[in-house]
Design a protein around this ligand. Sequence first.
Ligand SMILES: NC(=O)c1ccc[n+]([C@@H]2O[C@H](COP(=O)([O-])OP(=O)(O)OC[C@H]3O[C@@H](n4cnc5c(N)ncnc54)[C@H](OP(=O)(O)O)[C@@H]3O)[C@@H](O)[C@H]2O)c1
Length: 254
Amino acid sequence: MSIVDQALSNRVALVTGGSRGIGRSIARALARRGAKVIVNYTSRPESAAAVVAEIIAAGGQAVSAGFDVSNSAGVTEAIKALGKEHGGLDILVNNAGVAINGLLMRFSDEQWAKTMAINLSGAFHCIRAATPLLLRAKEAGRVINITSVVGEMGNGGQAAYAASKAGMIGLTLATARELASRRVTVNAIAPGFIETDMTADHLPEDQRQKLLADIPLGRIGGADEIGDAAAFLAGPEAAYITGQVLRVNGGMLM
Ligand SMILES: NC(=O)c1ccc[n+]([C@@H]2O[C@H](COP(=O)([O-])OP(=O)(O)OC[C@H]3O[C@@H](n4cnc5c(N)ncnc54)[C@H](OP(=O)(O)O)[C@@H]3O)[C@@H](O)[C@H]2O)c1
């Protein structure tokens, strides 16, 4: 990792679930543009510490912050404290998420509630807590919500996940309208199939081949490709973009 420009210098960015996978790539991409990045995690402090160390070793700025996005009071307290500690918050990336898969008829209330609590309520908790800080951002504040191609096209065995991600799109659009008059932009990125811990486990070779057949670009995406999209939406180039869903999916959904 190396610093590419200072377009985000003096900005503080919070990346939820920044300790692994796509969130790690987003944290690194924002740091490469000069932002001070707060790397959130919930269960693996060592992963967050590794991301922070990597960014600092490359000449960037980063700290870690452990909190569970599904805990409403915990999020409010943590974001308030982080704003105080770092002199504000300019960029919020709602990336933390879980994929609990299973056929709808066998899906439990607990599985449904957990998916919604982390993926959808988690983003709501963070946006609500961050809004007072984003309104006072040094340049225009930015919110970037990581939804999924599945939120727009569905997927068998992922009813809760798809519903939570579709909900994030509605949340993005409504928030974009609410905050536009204060120059805060709110956008979503909808990744297609990206190689991370989330997707590594449960894909037998025959299913992988089937999936590849549905991706016009013929390959699975890399987490850094989502990081680059987030760095674009956070940057000055994207100042006039709000309420959009940027699909980064190899053409899987057009
Ligand atoms: N991979 C894909 O193909 C794909 C496609 C479309 C969308 N997405 C979305 O992209 C996002 C990242 O996915 P990924 O594949 O990078 O997942 P991942 O590798 O499983 O990483 C998930 C991250 O979220 C954090 N996290 C989980 N629950 C949390 C909670 N309650 N509070 C705070 N942090 C929490 C984890 O922290 P700990 O390690 O500390 O638990 C970890 O940093 C998710 O929202 C996912 O739905 C992924």
